[in-house]
Design a protein. Structure first.
Length: 300
C-alpha cells in the first residue's frame, strides 16, 4: 500500500484526515465533471482544516492519497474495475487498476489509520432485494470496519426501509445530521423518521469515541441531507428513478453494474440536474467530514 507523503505526515502528527473513494469518480459521474468534483471535494476538505486522501488501486497497488494526475487518470481511463471487498485480492494479484467502493475504501482507510471517510451515497438493499438478494457489500463493511462514513443518506433507487433494517440488524450506528428524517440523497426527506439526531460535529465525534472506547466493532454512518437549495423536486427525481429502474429491468442489468447504470440513466433523464445535486451534496459532506476529523484530532 502506498500512502502519500503528506498523508503519512498527517498520520504521524495526529492531524485530521478525510478519506475519499474512487468509484464515485470512475463509475459514479461522467468525465470531466467527475474529476472537477473530486478536486473540488479535496479543496473543500483542505479549506476546512483537514487533509484529503483519495483512495484507489493503481497497477495492483492500493494508493491512499492519490495525486491530482492520478485522480485525472481515474476520471478518464476506460476499463477501470469497480472493486468491492471480494474483488480486492484479484485486482492486487493481477496488478490492475481498481476503483474503490465504499466497502473497499473503508478497508484501506482503516488499514492506513484514517477514521473518517466522505462520500455521496452508500450502497444498500436494492428494491426487490427480497427476491434478488442484491444487497451492497457496503452494509457488511459498515458492520465490521471501524470507519465513520459521511453520506447524503441512501439513494431512492434503493429500498430505504429495508436498508435501515439491515443496518440495525448488523449493529451499525446511524446518525442523522440536523434532520429528523432520513436523507435520501437527491432530496432531504424520505418520510422515514430518525431517532438519533446529531447537531454538531463534536456530538458525532463523541459517539465515535464512545463506540471505540467500548470496543464495539463496526462503522458509523452519518446521513447528512443535501442543502435545501440544491435538493431536487420530488416528482422530477422520483419519475426519473422509476424510468431508470424500468430501463435496468428491460436491459437485464444485474450485479455490480446496477448502481452505475441507474446513476448514469438518471443523469440522462434529468438532463444533468441530478449530477449537479450529486456534486453539491458531496461537497456538503466534505465540510462535515472535515469538521468531524478535526474534532477527533483535537481530543488526541
Ligand atoms: N452512490 C452514489 N455514487 C456512487 C456509488 C454509490 O451516489 O458512485 C458507488 C459507491 O462506490 C458505492 C457503490 O460503494 O456505488 C455501491 O455499489 P453496489 O450497489 O454495487 O454495492
Ligand atoms: Mn449489488
Amino acid at each position: 500500500m502506498r500512502i502519500a507523503e503528506n498523508v503519512k505526515e498527517a498520520l504521524k502528527n495526529g492531524l485530521p484526515i478525510v478519506a475519499l473513494e474512487s468509484t464515485i469518480i470512475s463509475h459514479g459521474m461522467p468525465y470531466p465533471k467527475n474529476v472537477e468534483t473530486a478536486l473540488l471535494v479535496e479543496e473543500a476538505i483542505k479549506k476546512n482544516g483537514a487533509v484529503p486522501a483519495t483512495i484507489g488501486i493503481i497497477d495492483g497497488e492500493p494508493i491512499v492519497g492519490m495525486s491530482k494526475e492520478e485522480i485525472e487518470q481515474f476520471g478518464k481511463r476506460k476499463g477501470i474495475k469497480k472493486v468491492s471487498r471480494r474483488d480486492l485480492p484479484i485486482v492486487i494479484a493481477k496488478k490492475e487498476w481498481g476503483a474503490t467502493t465504499v466497502a473497499t475504501t473503508m478497508i484501506l482507510a482503516k488499514k492506513a489509520g484514517i477514521e473518517v471517510f466522505v462520500t455521496g451515497g452508500v450502497g444498500g438493499a436494492h428494491r426487490k432485494a427480497q427476491q434478488t438478494f442484491d444487497i451492497s457489500a457496503d452494509l457488511e463493511e459498515l458492520a465490521q470496519t471501524e470507519v465513520t462514513v459521511v453520506c447524503a443518506g441512501v439513494k431512492a433507487i434503493l429500498d430505504l426501509p429495508l436498508t435501515l433494517e439491515i443496518l440495525e440488524t448488523k449493529g451499525v450506528t446511524v446518525l442523522s445530521y440536523r434532520s429528523d428524517e432520513f436523507a435520501d440523497f437527491y432530496t432531504r426527506h424520505s418520510g422515514i423518521k430518525m431517532e438519533n439526531i446529531v447537531n454538531t460535529a463534536e456530538e458525532i465525534a463523541d459517539v465515535i469515541k464512545a463506540k471505540r472506547a467500548f470496543d464495539l466493532k463496526g462503522g458509523i454512518l452519518v446521513a447528512n441531507p443535501i442543502p435545501e437549495k440544491y435538493a431536487m423536486d420530488d416528482n422530477v427525481i422520483n419519475g426519473a428513478i422509476e424510468t431508470a429502474l424500468d430501463e435496468a429491468e428491460k436491459q437485464h442489468v444485474s450485479g455490480k453494474d446496477v448502481t452505475p447504470f441507474l446513476l448514469k440513466t438518471i443523469v440522462d433523464i434529468t438532463k444533468g440536474e441530478s449530477l449537479e445535486a450529486n456534486i453539491h451534496l458531496v461537497i456538503n459532506n466534505a465540510i462535515l467530514g472535515a469538521a468531524i476529523a478535526k474534532s477527533l484530532a483535537e481530543r488526541k
